[in-house]
Ligand binder design. Sequence first.
Ligand code: AMP
Ligand code: GLY
Length: 419
Amino acid sequence: MNIALIGSGGREHALCQKIYESKITKNIICIPGNAGTAKIAKNINLDFLNFSKLLKVIKYNKINLVVVGPEEPLVKGLVDFLTKHKIKVFGPNKYAAKLEGSKAFMKSVCEKNKIPTAQFKICKTKKDVNNFLKKSNFPLVVKADGLAAGKGVTICKNKKQVLRVSNEIFKGKFKTSKKLVLEEFLEGEEASYFLIVDKKNFKFFGSAQDHKRVGEKDTGPNTGGMGAYSPAPIINKELEKKIIKKIVNPTLLALKKKKKPYTGFLYVGLMIKNNEPYLIEYNVRMGDPECQVIIPRLKTDLVKIFSSTIRNKLDKINIKWKKLKSMTIVLCSKGYPGKYKKNKKIKYQKDLDSNKKTFIFHAGTKFVDGELVSNGGRVLNVTSTGKVFKDIRNNIIKKIKKINWKEGFFRKDIGWRII
Ligand code: AMP
Ligand code: GLY
């Protein structure tokens, strides 16, 4: 099979590695990929949001399956476009992708189907905001409706802050939408639960916990994710049953009723309080860096899983997992998530190659004239597996120190809650 993988992050390098290991894979192209995928696939530098150009490249390379990594092309309807042109593709359709693309849509699905989530109000005007403020306590969460690259959520301490943040959204700070969702702040512990879904069935695809804040002990501004570990110890069998019954089943059924069934990876972002799950968000893709800790635990051939999914035969495949635990720490460019410099040289050395125990998944990297340089805020994901999280973390930190990239920084406390 010839496979095209869309995206360029650590998530895509992890997927690419597993696709590369499959017996049924022939050629892989990554659009655009990074320096890590360049070693195992052909990178094609192309704007994947230019659907008609993308189609030409897919046809030219005789691609049998397209796997979409990031949310933006999904929300913009890439799956519908490729399906119309008879190209096989793994990922949700445009309507279903609104679960991530519009917080207002996701919240209305929750409301109509009694899915446990924070109390909320969809606001289109200042008046709506003021009305909700009359009966709410602080902190209060303000969320821009559309995609906002992880920057659309603010936890507000007082009324003044709510009004300021809301105003910015109404004025168009996030181009994707001028609507917002105001919601109650939920206390508890966060966990991410993953599924792979076809039109008839779904299967568990791992659990993880990530660290979104840039600073140690989860302080400072939000990032795309500074590290993660899998499995999420907080998710037990009893909780899992509740997640499926109260959250997943009603959501998938609601989309089926609209004749727009969900397919692809589904990322269920949860807050757990007193052993009860509350839905915080849906993402219509794998998490990044969660994918980098889940994929190394997967035993089953990933391409076989994809091909069962697109044939709606997920029930026929047994997805097996290693008993090992897994962790990743993200090596970032200094300054991230604020301003940072690109094109900083990373000395290429044998420590940058993966081995049996440690995997280096590239994110913002590229080769320029044969030299490895940084090309983004999150640069490398140093990942390792083992039996004890503390040992795994020590092993990763040792590796990062060996890589010795002076332009970077990382969090040394990933997994602090469980270590
Ligand atoms: P989201 O983009 O909706 O996942 O929000 C980003 C982050 O904000 C989440 O991972 C949580 O840490 C936090 N967050 C979002 N909504 C809430 C909420 N209702 N209560 C508490 N924390 C929240
Ligand atoms: N790590 C969070 C996300 O992928 O959305």
